[in-house]
Design a protein around this ligand. Structure first.
Ligand SMILES: C[S@@+](CC[C@H](N)C(=O)[O-])C[C@H]1O[C@@H](n2cnc3c(N)ncnc32)[C@H](O)[C@@H]1O
Length: 275
């Protein structure tokens, strides 16, 4: 199908093979084989929390736009509260991605669950009717798009397919987090949209697309690079172990009481409604 894709991008995502294999956390993220358990646990916790934020209170028809291998979607389906809905068929989740490989992996993981369906398509040109979803979730996708106009188009498309009372849950990587600031100013790395945007830029884009922000949830309060991105020699001075624990502590103990601090995180999920 014609998904209006950037060919290089599509090639990259299609190359993430292993379609049909049993997916574990390492495979899902393409982590090195020697990834320490604490990193795997930390990522597991993050995905659990992100899925809870994005899918909390879902009912009716839900679109996971750019569902990848189904990381969040599968967690949401397994959630006890949604399990209660299994009999009444109150929940229907559509996983969409432009990569057939990713979709194959997601479909293999959800095969026994009749509430899930999968379809290939692009977030910039959604293959769905206007106002046909109660919730749209899009996690880790806008940051993968080739330019800002594609990200703006995706937000417009999310608006179009949402019902009037529908909710959008979407995320971005903050350009103003400690981590990105250090990379930008100390290591002179390019920290540009659409991969990295400031909270105010992201909120302005949401506003332009017709959304009002309800709440946000920040993750990953690391001040510097962690284990995942380190070259072998830097592993010996890896501060990841400590900063991941600092992040977890902030996320669990401090942020629930001080919601504005969420905007200081590196990765920020936002929940919005149509204005
Ligand atoms: C980082 S993964 C995130 C997957 C999943 N949402 C999650 O949170 O684990 C990004 C996904 O976005 C998909 N993607 C990137 N650009 C897309 C586009 N224009 N339309 C649909 N999917 C896209 C990729 O194929 C990939 O599966």
């Amino acid at each position: 199908m014609d998904c209006h894709l950037d060919p290089e991008e599509l090639e990259f995502w299609e190359s993430q093979k292993r379609c049909g294999e049993e997916i574990d956390l390492k495979l899902a993220r393409d982590l090195p084989d020697d990834t320490p358990d604490f990193i795997l646990r930390m990522m597991d916790d993050f995905e659990e929390e992100a899925a809870r934020f994005c899918f909390s209170g879902v009912h009716g028809r839900v679109l996971d736009a750019g569902c990848g291998n189904g990381n969040l979607l599968i967690r949401a389906l397994k959630d006890r509260r949604s399990r209660k809905n299994r009999d009444t068929k109150a929940l229907e989740v559509v996983g969409m991605d432009f990569s057939a490989n990713m979709l194959g992996r997601a479909a293999a993981r959800a095969r026994s669950d009749g509430r899930a369906a999968f379809l290939q398509g692009s977030v910039t040109d959604l293959p769905f009717q206007d106002q046909s979803f109660d919730r749209v979730v899009s996690s880790g996708v806008l940051t993968c798009l080739p330019n800002t106009s594609a990200a703006a188009k995706a937000l417009q498309e999310f608006y179009r397919v949402l019902k009037p009372e529908g909710t959008l849950a979407v995320d971005f990587f903050s350009r103003t987090s400690h981590y990105t600031m250090i990379r930008k100013h100390l290591f002179r790395e390019p920290i540009n949209p659409p991969e990295y945007v400031s909270p105010s830029e992201f909120y302005a884009e949401l506003d332009k697309a017709g959304f009002a922000v309800l709440e946000c949830r920040g993750f990953d309060f690391k001040p510097c690079q962690g284990y995942l991105f380190l070259s072998p020699w830097r592993r010996f001075i890896d501060p990841g172990f400590f900063q991941e624990r600092l992040s977890s502590f902030l996320e669990r103990r401090v942020l629930p009481g001080r919601k504005k601090l969420n905007l200081l995180g590196y990765r920020i999920y936002v929940k919005c409604i149509k204005k």
